[in-house]
Design a protein around this ligand. Structure first.
Ligand SMILES: NC(=O)c1ccc[n+]([C@@H]2O[C@H](COP(=O)([O-])OP(=O)(O)OC[C@H]3O[C@@H](n4cnc5c(N)ncnc54)[C@H](OP(=O)(O)O)[C@@H]3O)[C@@H](O)[C@H]2O)c1
Length: 315
């Protein structure tokens, strides 16, 4: 889909739902003339985003929209804008306090439910069989959905076995299309797999240029579990958006550091879920399927690895 088309889709929805203000209109005109965005061949809906097949046969987009911190009316607008721009994978969690807003954004977008891939996560306080059942029902209710595409155990804390048993049951009844985990280390996965009937499809972990998680990815591949990168930009920490190495690579393709990073995740075969509250960034982050990083550029980015979390406060 071209940037112009993406912008028009957002614009049409805004026009129908709200009164289009002069400010918004001039912002859109700004998109159309921006040199930042390369034009892609027009494609229908979010089909231009490549998918990957999970170990249970379900297809999942390789690029999605993160929603941490996107709350309330503004959060709903960001989600609706992201869907209008072409994102189909949405990532939320009970602990983000925004499942209502994400649900509202989905409604505003007018896109059919079955075209979307919605992920939410079970927080630590809800671990255990009974609490998981209740938390899941509450998540569905807030999102206004009949089923989830992916439900993850957010962190390996509490009664993981009880939670997984509940998730396996929900999976078997079709209330969840795929179940997985987040922030699990090898020992957590070994224990879960040894005690369960259904293998996780995904492990969503921190991964970006400064904490690449190559070893974790190799070990996940052995299990047939797909890696998904949270904070694919490290939230801009350690100067990611101004990093000169990334900028030099981006210059060759007329791409930004953000686009180079997302392309690098994609070429590593890793799903990424960048977040943005700005329409320009929401669109920019989708424009990664019209260039290819060569082997030496992939190696150059590999050399940026500090093999260290940029979020020590969360561990
Ligand atoms: N499972 C877990 O434990 C876990 C933990 C953290 C996050 N997550 C998930 O992963 C998602 C992504 O991670 P994240 O939100 O922490 O961080 P992120 O996606 O790495 O970075 C988000 C930041 O990047 C900026 N940004 C986005 N696009 C940009 C662009 N093209 N140019 C310059 N700046 C840009 C955004 O600012 P603007 O708004 O100004 O664009 C925002 O401040 C989350 O939203 C959440 O869904 C999961």
């Amino acid at each position: 889909m071209s940037t112009e088309n993406q912008t028009k889709r957002i614009g049409r929805r805004d026009f129908l739902k709200y009164t289009v203000s002069l400010t918004t209109a001039s912002l859109f005109m700004g998109f159309g003339s921006s040199k930042l965005f390369a034009t892609l061949a027009p494609k229908k809906g979010g089909n231009f985003i490549k998918t990957i097949t999970l170990n249970n046969g379900v297809k999942m987009p390789m690029l999605g929209f993160g929603t941490l911190t996107l709350k309330g009316v503004e959060g709903a607008r960001c989600v609706a804008d992201a869907i209008s721009a072409g994102y189909r994978l949405l990532d939320t969690a009970m602990i983000y306090g925004n499942e209502l807003a994400v649900g509202e954004g989905i409604k505003q977008s007018g896109i059919k439910r079955e075209e979307l891939f919605v992920t939410s996560k079970l927080w630590v306080v809800d671990s255990g069989y009974e609490k998981t059942m209740k938390a899941f029902a509450s998540t569905l209710n807030k999102l206004g959905l009949e089923y989830l595409d992916l439900y993850l155990i957010h962190r390996p804390r509490g009664d993981v076995k009880g939670s997984w048993k509940a998730m396996e049951e929900l999976y078997k009844t079709g209330k969840i299309r795929a179940i997985g985990v987040s922030n699990f280390e090898k020992s957590h996965l070994d224990e879960l797999i040894a005690n369960s009937k259904v293998k996780p499809v995904i492990n969503q972990i921190e991964s970006h240029a400064f904490f690449q998680q190559g070893m974790a990815n190799e070990s996940l591949k052995k299990y047939g579990i797909q890696m998904e990168a949270w904070a694919p930009f490290a939230e801009g920490r350690n100067g990611l958006f101004t990093n000169e190495t990334l900028a030099a690579i981006g210059k060759k393709y007329n791409k930004t550091n953000a686009q180079v990073c997302l392309r690098w995740h994609f070429q590593r075969g890793i799903i990424a879920i960048p977040r943005s509250s700005q329409k320009t960034h929401i669109i920019e982050n989708l424009q990664i399927f019209d260039f290819n990083l060569d082997h030496s550029e992939m190696q150059t980015i590999a050399a940026l690895d500090l093999n260290k979390s940029q979020f020590p406060e969360w561990t």
